[in-house]
Ligand binder design. Sequence first.
Ligand code: SAM
Length: 241
Amino acid sequence: MKPEEFYQALAAKKIDLNENQKKQFEIYFHELVETNKVMNLTSITEEDQVYLKHFYDSLILDFVDEKLLTEKLTLCDVGSGAGFPSIPLKIVNPNLKITIVDSLNKRIKFLDGLVNKLGLDNVTLVHGRAEEVGKNKLYREKFDVVTARAVAALNVLNELCLPLVRVDGTFIAMKSEKATEELEDATYSVQVLGGKVTDQKSFELPNDEGIRNFIFIDKVKDTPNKYPRKPGTPSKKPLVK
Ligand code: SAM
């Protein structure tokens, strides 16, 4: 997907990027590939692949949840790596207030430089493990929306993400093909952590690049204080019955 095709694919979804936004994606691509020469950020570096598998892929969230496109929501992106999905979402909807959590400081430093070059405001970068950030009063149960792409299996992810969602907010897990199996293994963790699965949506990537699945988990009550458990425990001992 060349940049022109990216603009057209978004326009087909009623997202018309202005010149500044197009420029921001261009700068993002440039920064990502240049920094990737000296720091491992992504294995995807060809322009048409970055536009499809990082930029467009991140923005599918706007197609499956239109609130993200216009509203002034607080959004936390757990395990954002080089900024996916939250930075593309922020470029498209400058009203979003985003917080990015990642345990690798070099990625947070990359994002710090990127956010400055893109001229984005209302972006908070937090270096830390989601298990610790989810205990911190500044962030616990504070966000309207929490997202995570390619971070962990859903029964682990629930413990990293649901503590950050405010009651009545939503955790949206971005998954590839195996979403249904992952959901079966995650039913217990959803319930224990105060969530309720409310929706599941699928979206086909262009050019036969596969299916993306989105699992919507609403926060229906507070997460018990003992969660998240200490760093590493959610993945070593996932919450399963
Ligand atoms: N979301 C990005 C994407 O889709 O390209 C990055 C995915 S990358 C495979 C996973 C990221 O999650 C890494 O940057 C890693 O440092 C971060 N991560 C993994 N476990 C974490 C945890 N417990 N707390 C915070 N970040 C975590």
